[in-house]
Design a protein. Structure first.
Length: 481
């Protein structure tokens, strides 16, 4: 009975729902173990790097097992759900199956095996009308097993052959396991062929070696190694199922939506579209920190937010003025580089809704006090969660201040449509050679990522060097601005 049950289970594998994609994430299951499914019914939704897709099941039956939980990324070709097809369409008809063999099954030469019963292949039920292969099967060591299976099917005695034997296979056919001899099964397994997808041409619906090779030939559009790839598939699910044994009651699942989902999509698109290059420079910003303290006491900045980020932003704006080609974007459709004669300066802001990047429109035209006022408004609006969509559109260059978290620096990813982003690290006292002596100085590390399609190493280096020079000697803000 165990063999019969296993033979009735179909494994549905993760298909390639895109163009050559190798994996997909299971977003949502629409069925659970024990649910009845029908051919064409959508059982789950998966997401690839391109889109979210609903997967229909190609079987009628009862869901036996979901191999992976929601949120799991599964390789294409790996089984994701098991369906007991006998428990669906066949569930109402167990009685007819046991009685079918009495009339149409036996032929006189089938009894030449000496058992008085027609032998069967384990897991297939009673054999069909043709018996050319059966006498040899009955003389093997598996004959007792065949007899036991026949006995389990209520041991009906063979009956005389009748012309009505043709319809019998139709009622027994839904027993699901394809007919094939063990050598053919091994061949199919070695070649990674699912026998359920093979069209049989042998007597009484038996799959032959030629049928298996024909199935392989039908999929030769894929390279040969890919045809054989499913062979080790049984081991892969076992390795991936392991995490399901963890204590999920101590985990929290957060749906990816809203700002976080949009940010993730934008970052993935940017990371895999623009070839990123990142350069670093460590800078003595002691003089800049002194200037910050002086500006805080300046009446012109009364009531305004004055911090190192203000002077770093101004330094970047001056560097862009000196190297305007850095302020550009890549138009893929037109195959053009678009140099922008304005700077909408983006400031990455961490908010309860996630990371957002509003920008200061026409930042290049603002004085230092005006820039301070705009920065203050931008930060306050972001923290309140009131940043408008228009405030996050049209950015040209961005600054991300990871130093507020005590991080030395990072390799930031470009915002889509921009050519450069500057990461500012933590400002810390460090031993530094100053005027020939080692002294404690305020030091930070800057990282500039840029799109290498339109910004070469020379241009990127010049911009980063200019920003560093201004922060080392803030008086350059006056001479270079």
């Amino acid at each position: 009975m165990t063999t019969m049950t296993n033979a009735s289970v179909r494994e549905f594998k993760m298909p390639d729902v895109g163009e050559g994609l190798t994996e997909a994430e299971i977003l949502k299951w629409y069925v659970q173990p024990g649910d009845t499914v029908t051919d064409g019914q959508v059982v789950c939704e998966v997401e690839t790097a391109k889109a979210a897709v609903e997967l229909p099941i190609p079987y009628d039956g009862v869901v036996r097992e979901l191999h992976f939980p929601e949120g799991t990324t599964v390789d294409v070709g790996t089984s994701i759900i098991a369906v007991d097809v006998s428990g669906g369409a066949e569930a109402p008809a167990p009685e007819p199956v046991t009685e079918e063999p009495t009339a149409p099954r036996e032929e006189p030469k089938a009894e030449a095996a000496g058992s008085g019963r027609q032998p069967v292949l384990v897991g297939y039920g009673v054999a069909t009308s043709s018996t050319r292969r059966r006498p040899r099967k009955a003389t093997t060591a598996k004959a007792p097993a065949a007899a036991a299976i026949q006995s389990e099917l209520n041991g009906h005695a063979p009956a005389a052959p009748a012309p009505a034997s043709a319809p019998a296979p139709a009622s027994v056919a839904p027993q699901q396991r394809p007919l094939a001899k063990p050598p053919v099964r091994k061949l199919a397994k070695d070649l990674g062929v699912d026998l359920a997808t093979v069209t049989p041409t042998g007597p009484d619906g038996i799959i032959t070696r030629e049928d298996v090779h024909a199935a392989v030939a039908a999929t030769t559009a894929a390279p040969e190694p890919e045809v054989q790839a499913p062979a080790p598939a049984p081991a892969a699910p076992a390795a991936q199922i392991a995490p399901a044994s963890y204590d999920t009651t101590r985990e929290t699942r957060i749906p990816v939506k809203g700002v976080r989902k949009a940010t993730a999509a934008a970052m993935v698109g940017s990371a895999f579209t623009a070839p990123h290059v990142t350069e670093f420079v460590t800078v003595d910003v002691t003089r800049t920190m002194k200037l910050v303290e002086e500006l805080k006491q300046d009446k012109e900045f009364a009531g305004l937010r004055v911090n190192p980020l203000l002077l770093i932003a101004k330094a970047l704006l001056v560097a862009i003025k000196r190297n305007p080609d850095i302020n550009a974007s890549w138009d893929e459709a037109a195959q053009e580089i678009v140099v922008k004669h304005y700077v909408n300066l983006g400031i990455a802001a961490a908010t309860p809704r996630g990371l957002i990047v509003p920008n200061i429109k026409d930042a290049h035209a603002k004085t230092l006090p005006q820039l301070a006022e705009s920065l203050g408004e931008l930060v306050a609006t972001a923290r309140e969660g009131k940043t408008s969509p228009s405030a996050m559109q049209g950015g040209t260059v961005t600054i991300t201040n990871v130093g507020v978290f005590g991080v030395d620096t990072g390799t930031p990813i470009l915002n889509p449509g921009e050519s450069a982003i500057l990461a500012v690290g933590a400002i810390k006292p460090q031993p530094w050679v100053h005027k020939g002596k080692v002294k404690p100085r305020q030091v930070t590390t800057l990282a500039l990522s840029f799109d290498h399609r339109l910004v070469d190493g020379e241009l990127g280096s010049k911009v980063l060097a200019d920003v560093a020079a201004i922060l080392e000697q803030p008086k350059r803000l006056i001479t270079w601005a």
